[in-house]
Design a protein around this ligand. Sequence first.
Ligand SMILES: [Fe+2]
Length: 611
Amino acid sequence: MSRKFLLALALSAGLAFSQTPALALQPAVAAAPASPHAALESDVSDILDRMVREMGPDERLALTPESAAAFLNAEERERLSTGFVRFTVDRPARLFVAFDSAYGETPFWLTDLGFQRRADLDFIVDVEDPFHVWEKAVSAGEVNLGVPSLSGELKPYIVFAAPAEGEGTVAITPLVPGADVQTAREGGEAYVDDNDWFNALPAELDGLPVLRSFESWELVSRMVGFFRATDYPSSATPDHLQLTWQDDPRTGVTVQWRTDETVADSILWLAPAGDDGAGRMLAAGAAALTSRQIVNDPDIRLHRVRLDDLTPATDYEYAVSADNGQTWTQRRRFRTAADAGAEPYAFVYLGDPQNGLDEWGALIRQSDGRFPEARFYMIAGDLIDHGTERDNWDQFFHEGSTVFDRTPVVPALGNHDSHGGHPTLYLQQFALPDNGAETLDPGRTYHVTYQDLLVVVMDSNYDLVEPELQTEWLDRVLGQSDARWKVVIYHHPFYASRPGRDNHPLRDAWGPIFDRHNVDIAFQGHDHAYMRTVPMRGHEPVAEGEHGTVYLVAVSGTKMYEQELPAFAAFGAVNTRTYQIIQVDPATGTLTYRAIDADGGVIDSFDLSKD
Ligand SMILES: [Fe+2]
């Protein structure tokens, strides 16, 4: 079974929310795939647990490869020395283990297993990565080698094999699914899933069989840097208030907030604005979220109320309490959606936040202050930098909740949100509609209809989930909607703002469907620059009067890339953080788009109109 397929089935490690009548319930959980390193992962997990028990927070934060290795008991050390790469050789052989020395860590088990340093065989990978080589003689049969690193920084080492004596070629048979064997050549690639290549190989290694691993397996034994401190620890006072939609935006909204573990129950007060007499109390569902990596705040609770009986086109006020009504948060106001065509509305589109989240927070607050009529904020993925680290999310929610406490957020998944694995923390912390592609975890894809606008949220991480898993659903959702405006949002752009970054697998799979259903705008991210194409159809600019899709790329965080615009770009900008306000007037059938920079200036705009 391919790795892609396995990951497509990766389970939703969902939170179990306690049940009350008004709750967000947990999506169904798919079967867990078998990891090729399940036993090792379990061993590492046990060691991390022991570190939590036996080391103080500061000691965990200060771990080094040396102190982590010194912490291991004899049995753990032996298991980590033999639990990662497994293969057989068909004859007595000399093995050469080679790894990137740039990070200053030498796998501790090399000396344990009797490897000798062979500095004369060192070579360079990918122009600048200095690979160190160690050698050992082994008998014919099974060979078991140790973990890539304790820091998580080193891509897995590679293993060459030469016959112990005489001529001939050693036959290596990998025993870990996915690993493969190639003949080592200059220009050959060092990993199954990465294009790092051998610049030059010493004569003694050139032409030998080489056992290759996945670059993405590098974190399997990470201990150093695993433990982190959050700058935004939880408390008994609710924070990180956030609105999302799980139901019809006319009648529903889900309110979520966070507390520390001491708060078992909390409540929400809700009333139509100006009519406190019609107020009501609702018990929230709560779920514990434990992140043992966070040394100063490992246990938090998320509280949710899923409202689905609201009145359309109505302003509501709400407050939440974590002490049974003795104290309340300040009141917040939100507005439910009107029926299609009933009133003008606006929404905001943001490219990747990811880095510089404090400055990103200032940007969305500027947007919120200037355009309080915005009814939702949609984000084209890469909300944070390291999706597996809860402290990253804490900062995102700290900043985001200054706006999303009143205006629902509509997120899409980027590559950084899952960081090459399962987007567990993302799916746990966003209450999203369960109307996505049936082939994927709930929340990876979904759709929302706001008045006369259909928003389809896709998962463009095609290294993890094939775009084909979403095509049937996408075609159906777009085809069944009678919304006047149809837009899509996903992370990896069809058309990048720099050559070589187009994402052909997505474009090939989804482009014809966008064309068939006359998608108006594709909101994209990932490129850390700003670009708008002319309307496109079939990968070509459309003729005057023909319907095409406008493809956008934007960035709202501080990471910036260079740009080299394609011929069909209508506008581009570099080093410019923006938010986009899109105003829709159903009465006139117009959609007015403006991209606004951090100084408040309009850098790009266009209008669309329809009958
Ligand atoms: Fe990205």
